[in-house]
Design a protein around this ligand. Structure first.
Ligand SMILES: [Zn+2]
Length: 213
């Protein structure tokens, strides 16, 4: 699920980029960010209802093309107090794009989202980052929002299993937890995830808030 070596590399990249490539928030405050990739889709209203009921601000990384297919979704995310940012226009891996194609995908995603707070934040599809695309992202002023703990909720595990993967025994202060939209199992796991983290004294915040100093 995560290795010590990867954690060391992530920490190095976060520091070397001057905080422009983000993996894990400050360890001295008991705060955690829940993040959701790949929306919007037909389950988005239910994710927003559930998070609203739980009183949890989260961060959504959305696919530009799917935002165009779900007009009004961006204002719904924002109305819920959530952070929203781009996750590619076609969900193509950034290292496979030429710099020109990457810039084009970023511009189309920005157009689809419209003006949002933290509009230069981006999460690369599949978490794929190479040297050239990373240089393009940083040169264009983007903040690259990665994660520190993968719930692996794409394997269709039961809600209890997903929740156990991000239980207090695995989570540390500053954790950025990766989930996905569009999945009934993830939706059903949310109350469990939130209850156990709050029970362990964690405050749940947006990713921008987690890294704000
Ligand atoms: Zn994705």
């Amino acid at each position: 699920m995560r290795s010590r070596a990867k954690e060391l590399i992530d920490r190095f990249l976060q520091r070397a980029s001057g905080g422009r490539i983000l993996y894990r928030g400050p360890a001295d405050v008991r705060r955690v960010a829940l993040t959701f990739d790949d929306g919007p889709d037909k389950l988005t209203p239910r994710y927003l209802d559930e998070l609203g009921r739980l009183g949890v601000p989260a961060t959504f990384f959305v696919v530009g093309r799917d935002v165009e297919l779900h007009p009004g979704s961006i204002s719904e995310y924002l109305r819920g107090g959530h952070q929203v940012a781009g996750h590619g226009y076609m969900h193509r891996r950034f290292p496979r794009l030429t710099p020109g194609a990457l810039r084009d995908q970023l511009a189309k995603t920005a157009r689809a989202l419209g003006p949002v707070p933290h509009e230069r934040w981006v999460r690369p599809p599949h978490g794929a980052l190479g040297p050239i695309d990373t240089a393009v992202l940083l040169a264009e002023g983007h903040t690259v929002a990665m994660w520190s703990l993968d719930s692996q909720d794409y394997d269709r595990a039961a809600p209890e299993v997903i929740a156990a993967r991000c239980g207090p025994d695995r989570v540390r202060a500053g954790e950025v937890i990766l989930f996905h939209e569009g999945q009934e199992e993830t939706l059903a796991a949310l109350p469990l995830v939130v209850e156990q983290l709050r029970g362990a004294g964690y405050e749940l915040v947006t990713m921008a808030d987690l890294f704000a100093r």
